[in-house]
Every structure is written in structure tokens, then in C-alpha cells.
Write a protein that binds this ligand. Structure first.
Ligand code: BTN
Length: 244
């Protein structure tokens, strides 16, 4: 494993087991371009305090250390930038992914990957979980893997190489030119645009038509009275919202 072609400014560490690749980077003064990969996470972190199921040797779990010079105001577009990189990697492998604001990667209307950004001072950690060869998702009816979609097992190392290169290339463009071009690409893959969505913002529920993504990464909703609502974080769903 680990003999993969990476951009020259990426340094990779591969661990057989970690609590979480995000946590591993947050706990040290990681420099930009450090990439941590784990075969297994025993405390994989998802968004909004959830856990990310991280079985051994089947999927990809990796995190980049970033030190963006842009003001923190622009960091809201970073999860989308990583998402566009993941989507374009999957396209180059023959898949047809969709992206759901702000951090979900979809295949066949099921979630195949997730992105989690966490920051500590000037360090931003961008973590990606991608289901590659997992065949069963007990208790997760809305999850899938690349292998289930392709009907055959995939080489994790190749998937990692392609994905890291695409994500890094988009991050480098974002660093130099900002998010404009990335947002144009995002709109091509966005599964919410033009549809009625409901967003749960820590228990407060807002609904409307997804009309666009704002330059700072917020989801723009249009409500029934024609008002625009900007949502900076939350869980978006296409289904009518049912409170648990
Ligand atoms: C989500 O959809 O909730 C985001 C999931 C992000 C999971 C990845 S796996 C690699 C990195 N390390 C973590 O602990 N989480 C992210």
C-alpha cells in the first residue's frame, strides 16, 4: 500500500488505526499539505456530533491539514471545494455523483461520502470519508459504496490517489482565485437546486426552494412569500421534515 503519486506539496502519513484522522491533525501543529490516512477509525467523526462508521480496510478515511490565508469568512466555501474535488474524482472513475449542500456526496440517491471541516486557530482540517468496498450498511438504509454502484470491488489506493489529486487541485485553485469557479462546478452537481428543501438548523426548521449557493457558501432558499433565506449550516433534506 501507500505507493501512490501525490502532488509534491502533499506529505502523506498512513496509519492502520486511529481514533479519527481529523482529530489526529487537530491535536498537533500540522503544516499545510499534511495528509493523514487511516485503514480504520475507532472514533470517526461526522457532522453535527455524529459518528462516522469506519470499518477496517474497506473504505477511505483521510484528512488534509490546510492553512488558508483567506479570511475565515471564506472558509464556508471550503467544504464545497472539497466536495467538488471528490465529485470530479468520481466522475473520472466513471461514476455520476451528486453533491448535497454542504458536505454530502451522493450516488444513486444514496450517500457514498461525507466531508467534515474542523478548525483550530489558523489550522483547518478537511476530512473525507468515502465508502469504497463496504457491501452492507446495517441501520443505514440511505448509504451506499462505490463498489455497490460499480458492481465490482475497487482498488482503494487508486481511488485515494485520484481523489486526493482532484481535491488538492481544487483547493489550490480556491487558494489563488477564490470560490467563483468552484461554485460554478458545484451547481452542476447540486442535487438540491430548484427543489423544495427543509433545513434543520439545530432544531429550528426552515423550508423553501433551493435557489443558489451564495459566494460565502451559504445555501439560498426562496420562501413562499418570495423572501430569500440564507442558511450557513444545518442538515438539508428533500423530504418533508419529520421531527424524531
Ligand atoms: C458527515 O457526513 O457527517 C461527515 C463525515 C466525515 C467523515 C470523515 S472520515 C475521515 C475524517 N475523519 C473523521 O473523523 N471524520 C472525517
Amino acid at each position: 500500500m501507500k505507493n501512490i503519486a501525490l502532488p509534491p506539496d502533499i506529505k502523506m502519513e498512513w496509519h492502520s488505526q486511529l481514533d479519527s484522522t481529523n482529530l489526529c491533525l487537530l491535536q498537533r501543529e500540522a503544516q499545510e499539505g499534511l495528509l493523514v490516512v487511516a485503514d480504520e477509525q475507532v472514533a470517526g467523526r461526522g457532522r453535527l456530533g455524529r459518528t462516522w462508521q469506519s470499518l477496517s480496510g474497506m473504505n477511505l478515511y483521510f484528512s488534509f491539514a490546510l492553512r488558508p490565508s483567506q479570511s475565515a469568512r471564506m472558509w464556508g466555501t471550503l467544504p464545497l471545494t472539497v466536495g467538488v474535488g471528490v465529485a470530479e474524482a468520481l466522475i473520472s472513475m466513471g461514476f455520476s455523483p451528486g453533491l448535497k449542500w454542504p458536505n454530502d456526496v451522493f450516488l444513486d440517491r444514496k450517500k457514498v461520502g461525507g466531508i467534515l471541516l474542523e478548525a483550530k486557530d489558523a489550522l483547518v482540517v478537511a476530512g473525507v470519508g468515502l465508502n469504497v468496498n463496504q457491501q452492507k450498511f446495517p441501520g443505514l438504509s440511505e448509504a451506499t459504496s462505490l463498489s455497490l454502484a460499480a458492481g465490482k470491488p475497487l482498488n482503494r489506493q487508486q481511488v485515494l490517489e485520484t481523489t486526493v489529486n482532484c481535491v488538492w487541485s481544487w483547493y489550490c485553485r480556491w487558494r489563488v482565485d477564490g470560490p467563483r469557479e468552484m461554485l460554478q462546478q458545484w451547481r452542476k452537481y447540486d442535487v438540491l437546486l430548484g427543489r423544495e428543501v427543509t433545513v434543520d438548523i439545530q432544531g429550528r426548521v426552515v423550508s423553501g426552494m433551493a435557489v443558489d449557493i451564495a459566494p460565502d457558501g451559504c445555501l439560498k432558499l426562496g420562501d413562499a412569500s418570495g423572501q430569500e433565506i440564507l442558511v450557513s449550516s444545518g442538515d438539508a433534506t428533500l423530504k418533508p421534515f419529520v421531527r424524531a
